[in-house]
Design a protein around this ligand. Sequence first.
Ligand SMILES: Cc1ncc(CN)c(N)n1
Length: 228
Amino acid sequence: MSTDTAAEPDTSFSQRLWREGEPTYRQILTHPFLLGLADGTLPREAFRYFVVQDSHYLRAYSRCLALVAGRSPVEDAVRTFALHAANAVDVERELHASLLGELGITEADVEDAGVAPTTLAYTSYLTSVCATGSWAEGVAAVLPCYWVYREVGRTLVERSSPDPLYARWIATYGSPEFDAVVDQVLTVTDALDVSATEQARCREHFAVTTRYEWMFWDAAWRQYAWPV
Ligand SMILES: Cc1ncc(CN)c(N)n1
């Protein structure tokens, strides 16, 4: 195990990663996009932007999961990430297909909208870490995408939203099925055998991709487009 686990024997690796993202996570919970989603006041245009960009994001994300699966030295983890690359993203794709349909957005509209700056920055970062970092770095980089959404889902699901579309989005991430998917990845994370140097890099990736999660909602809220 890592050289610095002895310093914190009762703290799991995933909990140490979470600490790096926690200040950002607290700001995520009070972001106007999520407050609006929960109370039903989120403008449709912001939600449309989000769903379209998330379609682009998930295409890149499933490739990142396939990269993480292929680079795993642990067979169980190969299976977990390969299944997630196919199935877990499928579940979200189904959600998107139904949301896109109800919002009147076609596949052609998604293509025409193109990849917005924040989506490109986030997916480029993920792809580069998953392709060129160590296996553990890849796991740490993809983890906030699972974990932040689960925590947001858990927080919002009790009160849900008066808007049925927003309620459906909340229900997906607050569901026991999504919970189980995230638990699988946390199990892999806590079994990682990482040196102190690698742990530091993992913590940095976790902090960065948690910030990108905030930025992704913020870009939708502002409908941030290429300035030139
Ligand atoms: C940007 C983003 N981050 C996370 C998730 C949840 N897998 C998502 N669908 N999109």
